[in-house]
Design a protein around this ligand. Structure first.
Ligand code: SAH
Ligand code: DHB
Ligand code: MG
Length: 221
């Protein structure tokens, strides 16, 4: 199988199941126009995040890694009108684009974007008394995944869902000798998922328009 086939099948499903949507389309267009890296989840993956948040009955969501707000919009749409999503972004340019996209999607009243390195903003969020969150989506710098998992646990309750993007990285995840700090961060994160008695987890490999990667999904027990 080739990338071309993965992309074609991804497109087949998104054409069928993910109706084109002005706010989401604009979010992608403005992200590309502003030169943001194409690291947003795909449309089908965004829909998966929405479905998981709906299945969870989420009323509060924490997202680590906003980029242009594409996954933010998907997740925020699962929330009731009095729901809350806090999203963390370190790059001022990304945050500016995301704020505009979130506003254009009519979600500014639900989404609270915090500019700063997540390892600085997470303690502030905890100190302000936010949490426990019903769903936590980890999708920022991969070397920090082990720390983000520790924060996710701190800011969760029994039944919270913790989801992490990019846990496969084109298969590189199975190389214990990798010098790639992102691979090392993801491997350490996966090991923590395995050894942490407070969660029950699995990981699913995905192929599609974003190549070969995967999600880890954990429930706090
Ligand atoms: N969740 C987004 C994609 C996020 S890409 C989507 O699917 O649409 C990862 C983002 O994490 C980038 O915007 C990057 O600037 C941000 N990031 C990197 N290091 C960070 C850090 N230490 N704290 C917060 N955000 C960080
Ligand atoms: C990268 C980060 C992501 O969150 C993603 O979905 C794809 C790639 C990256 O840093 O390379
Ligand atoms: Mg990602």
């Amino acid at each position: 199988m080739t990338q071309e086939q993965w992309t074609a099948v991804d497109r087949y499903f998104s054409d069928l199941l993910v109706p084109s949507d002005p706010a989401l389309d604009t979010a992608l267009q403005t992200s590309v126009a502003a030169g943001l890296p194409p690291h947003n989840v795909s449309p089908n993956q965004g829909k998966l995040l929405l479905l998981l948040a709906q299945i969870q009955g989420a009323r509060s969501i924490l997202e680590i890694g906003t980029l242009g707000g594409y996954s933010t919009i998907w997740l925020a749409r699962a929330l009731p009108s009095d729901g809350r999503l806090i999203t963390l972004e370190a790059d001022p340019k990304h945050a500016e684009i995301a704020r505009a996209n979130i506003a254009h999607a009519g979600l500014s009243h639900i989404v609270d974007l915090r500019l700063g390195k997540a390892l600085s903003t997470l303690p502030q969020i905890a100190a302000e008394g936010h949490g426990p969150f019903d769903l936590i989506f980890i999708d920022a710098d991969k070397p920090s995944n082990p720390e983000y998992f520790a924060w996710a646990l701190k800011l969760s309750r029994r039944g919270s869902l913790i989801i992490a993007d990019n846990v496969v990285r084109n298969g590189a995840v199975i190389d214990p000798t990798s010098n790639d700090l992102s691979v090392q961060g993801v491997r350490r994160f996966n090991e923590l998922l395995a050894s942490e008695p407070r969660v029950s987890a699995t990981a699913i490999q995905t192929v599609g328009s974003k190549g070969y990667d995967g999600f880890a999904i954990a429930i706090v027990i």
